[in-house]
Write a protein that binds this ligand. Structure first.
Ligand code: S6P
Ligand code: ZN
Length: 191
């Protein structure tokens, strides 16, 4: 196992920017249009206004080896595709037995989780919320506010990411605007 030199990263709570990010990943609507319930609306937006930034991830570089603890920020922009709020793709960890901690830095979000045996949980997050994603729970974050929703994530380096299961089946629950409020509804297309 390599010996890593200790380091500190400065985090801007409002933007999620790191002082020296090793990587910056941008996910645009075109990267995930098929994940929204209203795919026709996603296509209409892309024609009418061009592509749209949905979220950005900035992280540090650590080897994917036992004992390393990667961490990153995620900034989800405000907005909706039809009634459905901007969100991350979401994933299970490839090693299902690995959990994760999220810490809210700014804005307002919902953390949508589910297990493969059918349980679901949706937790609210604001600045200062420390949310625990236990082992075996898929996780997706959703911006339900009018500003960026920004949070910090910490996980074990060997967790890995399984995006394919969610790309195929989606999440059981969606977060949509209804009567001026974000509400959790069943996903009619799940599975
Ligand atoms: C990593 C952790 C987060 C997400 C990030 C983007 O295990 O859960 O850092 O990677 O919020 O979401 P996604 O679903 O595109 O990886
Ligand atoms: Zn994760």
């Amino acid at each position: 196992m390599p010996v890593i030199t200790p380091f500190v990263t400065e985090v801007d709570f409002a933007s999620g920017e790191l002082s020296a990010p090793a990587y910056v990943i941008q996910r645009k609507l075109s990267d995930m249009a098929s994940m929204y319930a209203d795919v026709d609306e996603a296509a209409r937006i892309m024609v009418a206004e061009g592509d749209r930034l949905i979220y950005e991830v900035q992280g540090v570089d650590l080897p994917e080896e036992e004992g390393q603890i990667p961490h990153c920020t995620t900034r989800i922009t405000p907005g909706r595709i039809g009634a459905e709020y901007h969100m991350t793709k979401g994933h299970y960890h490839a090693r299902r037995e690995q959990g994760e901690v999220y810490f809210g830095l700014s804005g307002r979000g919902f953390l949508v989780m589910q297990t493969e045996s059918g349980e679901t949980s949706v937790q609210r997050m604001v600045a200062g919320s420390a949310a625990y994603v236990p082992p075996f729970w898929a996780h997706r974050t959703v911006n339900v506010g009018d500003e960026d929703f920004v949070f910090f994530s910490v996980w074990e380096a060997r967790a890995g990411h399984d995006y394919g299961t969610i790309e195929r089946d989606g999440f059981r629950k969606l977060v949509v605007l209804r009567d001026g409020q974000p509400v959790v509804v069943d996903n009619p297309k799940y599975g």
